[in-house]
Design a protein around this ligand. Structure first.
Ligand code: SF4
Ligand code: SF4
Length: 438
């Protein structure tokens, strides 16, 4: 794609990067076929190619985003299916991240929307506030029936519609909190490794059993696990809301905490059980590339970051129970399959450890979770969830496995089949409790 940035514009490293990305696009349109919003809405401006044109116009003309641009960028899930499909290697992720940051800086959203986004950006990364928010949401949920109901589903939802979506996602009960930052779980038997495990923010409130399963499995196989003190939210949530500075501040704090721990006790890896977080941590090196004080450290952290299944793939697991009769539908989270290109490892681990693993039809399509997307764009998100659940039902599973808490919550809201994390199944196969019962 031909671009016309001025030399002055190209002096800005972000614009120079955008220019490189835009030039790689040959506008072939292959990406449109696998883009969930294009598949649902059929509008070129809701396809990757359409959005790339909109972003190019906005950046090249250096003008504030228009409501039309904002509408179509907001509808993008950042699922990155387009990056998997693109034959020219267009880095849509870095382009749309830049567009979101520009929108956040230069566009004035209506006041109710600004307040909602500010509340999400403040509450979600803080587990204490998130827990309180979930309890409050559960208490006021009966009042949701009093909120105005839009007559038709909309791709531009009202504030009330978004609040209803948020209340609907609150679970009926919250599990008790588990150990937090500063805890060390020693290896059982001979120690073979030492890792940090990202505590996550929403996940530690909604499903602490996931990291508990990871800790159980790792320590059982000789790996010491550390929950690093002073670790924060990875920044993914605010990053996807366009709050670049907040995300970078969190990245810097985590880098200091993790590398401090690595200096003290050594770390073979920083393990992540929420693939949405893993994708962003693996991108810290890029996000902080212009920061003289942090660029090298950020690259080091990104190199240490591993999805839990990547790391476990390198360990000889010792299965103690066979589950040949349990059929697992494997839901490939977008952040894992498109963001981190991890497609086979989780399925191979499950098969090797005795499960019957089934691929889900249209597995490249997002389930609609996508960070805060199911709150901010609930009607599109619900359509994607229903499509995902229908595809999953076709393989008649006993359980559904996924590697991302957002997907687990989203899919579970549309099916009665238990939805569990891959690591819970592997823990079960190697001596842990059966998941999906709590
Ligand atoms: S597939 Fe790649 S090169 Fe083709 S239009 Fe999409 S982003 Fe551009
Ligand atoms: S990230 Fe997903 S929703 Fe956004 S343009 Fe790419 S394929 Fe479409």
């Amino acid at each position: 794609m031909k671009t016309e940035f001025s030399l002055a514009q190209l002096a800005d490293p972000d614009i120079a990067e955008a220019d490189k990305i835009l030039r790689a696009c040959v506008h072939c349109g292959f990406c449109t076929a696998t883009c969930p919003t294009y598949v649902l809405l059929g509008d070129e401006l809701d396809s990757p190619r359409g959005r790339i044109y909109l972003i190019k116009e906005m950046l090249e003309k250096d003008r504030p985003p228009t409501p039309e641009v904002v509408k179509h960028i907001d509808r993008c899930l950042s699922c990155l299916a387009c990056m998997t499909t693109c034959p020219s290697g267009v880095n849509y992720m870095h382009l749309v991240d830049q567009a979101r940051a520009r929108i956040e800086k230069d566009y004035s959203r209506p006041l109710p929307e600004r307040l909602l986004r500010a509340a999400l950006a403040w509450v979600l990364p803080r587990p204490g506030a998130f827990r309180a928010g979930m309890i409050l949401a559960r208490l006021v949920r009966p009042l949701a029936a009093l909120l105005p109901i839009p007559r038709t589903a909309s791709a531009t939802p009202t504030l009330w519609r978004r609040i209803r979506a948020m209340l609907a996602l609150a679970p009926d009960r919250l599990p008790a909190p588990r150990p937090s930052g500063g805890s060390v779980f020693p290896a059982q038997g001979e120690q073979r490794g030492r890792v940090a495990l990202l505590q996550g923010c929403a996940q530690q409130v909604l499903a602490p059993r996931i990291n508990q399963a990871a800790i159980n499995l790792l320590t059982r196989h000789g790996i010491e696990v550390v929950l690093v003190k002073d670790e924060q939210c990875c920044g993914a949530l605010t990053h996807h809301l366009g709050r670049h500075d907040d995300a970078l501040a969190r990245a810097r704090a985590n880098i200091a905490a993790w590398l401090g721990e690595a200096d003290r006790g050594g770390l073979d890896a920083i393990l992540v059980t929420t693939s949405g977080c893993g994708t962003v941590i693996k991108d810290y090196g890029y996000m902080l590339r212009e920061d003289r004080d942090f660029a090298a450290a950020a690259a080091k952290v990104s190199a240490l970051a591993r999805d839990i299944t990547e790391y476990i793939g390198g360990i000889d697991l010792r299965p103690t129970q066979q589950h040949g009769d349990v059929v697992i539908a494997y839901h490939s989270a977008c952040s894992l399959q498109h963001g981190q290109k991890i497609t086979q490892a989780p399925k191979e681990l499950l098969s090797k450890n005795g499960f019957v693993v089934k691929d889900v039809p249209e597995s490249h399509l997002c389930c609609g979770s996508a960070g805060t997307y199911n709150i901010l764009q609930p009607d599109i998100a619900n359509k994607l969830r229903d499509r995902k659940v229908a595809n999953i039902a076709m393989v008649k599973p006993d359980m559904i496995a996924a590697g991302n808490i957002g997907c687990i919550v989203q899919i579970a809201s549309g099916t009665s089949v238990p939805v569990v994390h891959t690591i819970e199944l592997l823990d079960w196969a190697t001596g842990g409790p059966r998941p999906g019962l709590n």
